[in-house]
Design a binder for this molecule. Structure first.
Ligand code: NOJ
Length: 547
């Protein structure tokens, strides 16, 4: 048994956290206006605490025209009033704290909305004091990094008619890039971070981290010391609140990943692991553990004070850009056979349950992997009940539908006649079929199994804090890994294939105790021998010293 069971209150709490990403406007509407809000989320804290969530990640909550789901900020010092007031937010933070749940939120530093007063001032004349908050050029510049949203945008440079210059926008044209080189911009963000930290947030998800530090062909973007913006953010965070974190979004090549943690572990604490996500999806599509094993083996090690954050699904398209063209085609064929299920030629705009054909065994396999793989798991709201998507909603918003609480109108999300987010009403993933209320009553539900996985994860701090390694198996479909920490050891076995197997794996002389397994549990062999795994089966084993 490990000497220490949990470090939930230490500065390293995030190593062992269960993070839950939630779009407040789509989660629970408390006042019947059709838009989810802070009060609604606060009402659901009991549910989240019971599920085992220890950290909420609020998708953008600052004032915004919501043309990019809030990633287009118009005021960094206020919440979007459709979600509630600052007072409501503080009440939510307090109530979450009471339940032992920390809260982080998105911080968008790379760009603002074009409705932000800084940009309005900047474009009012070439000599406006805010002009240098943004990046201006007389002509469009080369675009070595391409277009982020192909088909929706054609250039990274937009002409401002009134002043006759072009401004840089790596995302939509209504999201002008900030000039992060400008000390005044940096000073603004010190104040912005200071405000939200004082309110009680435990840190930030740093949106679009690579764009903050990129230089190539994009003049004005930190040429001499590209990582300075991340380092400065980290320094401020550490000074103001030692236990707060930066969770970074950086879908970059493997050889660039470690740079984001900083040479001394002094930049991002956590980095969303896009590469692992794509390897996982490839492995699920092939029913073969080897792509996942290969990526785990090649994963650059992190400084001790840093870690990856694993996820199965984000609120964007599921990008397959790190796979080869053949691998991508394979995943498309398996999980997004129709063109309308794909986006930007690189991603899938479905949620996992529909990709896996609603097969609960495969879903539970995916979540067993999520919660047992080394590093920190991140769940997107609704994954725990197996929510699907609405492909009639354009682009990435297909997966941002309202939370399905019950079979009441609007899935119990809101009493309004018209609601702001879309909701999946019909078909096998509609709210009458898939909802929290029904699954709470059903001991065989996905919700119950995800809860069990999270509880077991919490009993295995080795997985968050420990040293881990892959164990050799003799089956292509089987993945086995072991984590050790503070005298405790845990091994987890998965069968990604749809046929059962007996897997040979060396667990040393340990006495093996089953912690949790898929529902089709069979006894473990008495002594070291092959371990049976059901089709898509999995077993979490605690290893005790022999004797
Ligand atoms: C990443 C976010 O996840 C995405 O939704 C957004 O469009 C871009 N960053 C730009 O902020």
């Amino acid at each position: 048994m490990p000497a220490v069971r949990s470090e939930a209150t230490s500065d390293l709490w995030w190593k062992d956290a269960v993070i839950y990403g939630v779009d407040v406007k789509a989660f629970q509407d408390s006042d019947g206006d059709g838009i989810g809000d802070f009060d609604g989320l606060a009402e659901r804290l009991g549910y989240l605490a019971e599920l085992g969530v220890t950290c909420l990640w609020l998708l953008p909550i600052m004032r915004s025209p919501w043309r990019d789901n809030g990633y287009d900020v118009a005021d960094y010092f206020d919440v979007d009033r459709r979600l509630g007031t600052m007072g409501d937010l503080v009440e939510l933070l307090r109530a979450a704290r009471e339940r032992g749940i920390r809260v982080i939120t998105d911080l968008v530093v790379n760009h603002t909305s074009d409705e932000h007063p800084w940009f309005r001032a900047a474009r009012s004349s070439r000599d406006n004091p805010y002009r240098d908050y943004y990046v201006w050029r007389d002509r469009p510049q080369p675009q070595p990094r391409g277009i982020v949203f192909p088909g929706e945008e054609t250039s990274n440079w937009e002409l401002d008619q009134a002043t006759g210059q072009y401004y840089l926008h790596r995302f939509y044209r209504f999201q002008p890039d900030l000039n992060i080189e400008n000390p005044r911009v940096r000073a603004e963000f010190q104040k912005i971070m200071g405000l939200w930290l004082e309110l009680g947030f435990s840190g930030f998800r740093v949106d679009a981290a690579p764009f903050l530090i990129e230089t190539a062909g994009l003049p004005g973007k930190s040429p001499d010391d590209p990582h300075a913006p991340l380092r400065h953010m980290r320094e401020l965070l550490s000074r103001r609140r030692g236990d707060a974190i930066l969770l970074g979004e950086a879908n970059v090549a493997p050889d660039q990943i470690t740079g984001y943690f900083g040479r001394y572990g002094n930049e991002l604490h956590l980095l969303l692991n896009f590469i692992l996500n794509q390897a996982l999806v490839l492995s699920l599509a092939r029913e073969d553990a080897r792509p996942l094993a290969e990526h785990l083996r090649d994963l650059p090690t992190t400084p001790l004070t840093c870690q990856y954050a694993n996820f199965t699904r984000s609120a964007d398209e599921l990008s397959l850009d790190r796979l080869t063209a053949d691998e991508r085609a394979e995943v498309f064929a398996a999980f997004a056979p129709e063109e309308r299920m794909r986006l930007y030629g690189r991603g899938i705009r479905r949620r996992l349950p529909s990709m896996l054909g609603g097969d609960q065994r495969r879903l539970e396999l995916a979540y067993s992997l999520l919660f047992s793989l080394p590093d920190t798991p991140v769940l997107l709201y609704g994954e725990e009940i197996g929510m699907g998507e609405d492909l009639d909603v354009p682009s990435r918003a297909s997966v941002r539908t309202a939370m399905q609480w019950s079979d009441a109108p609007n899935g119990g999300f809101s009493t309004a006649e018209r609601i702001h987010p879309a909701i999946v009403a019909d078909g096998p993933f509609g709210y009458r079929q898939v909802n929290v209320r029904a699954q709470l009553r059903d001991p065989d539900s996905l919700l119950h199994q995800v809860g069990a996985l999270i509880r077991t994860r919490k009993d295995c701090p080795e997985l968050g804090f420990g040293e881990w390694r892959l164990l050799q198996t003799d089956q292509p479909g089987a993945l086995a890994h072991q984590a050790d920490w503070a005298g405790g050891s845990v091994a987890v076995l998965h069968n990604l294939a749809g046929t059962g197997c007996q897997v040979k794996v060396d667990l040393g002389a340990a006495r093996v105790e089953e912690q949790l397994a898929d529902r089709r549990e069979r006894p473990l062999p008495d002594q070291a021998g092959p371990i049976p795994l059901e089709p898509y089966g999995w077993r979490w084993l605690r290893l005790h010293p022999p004797g």
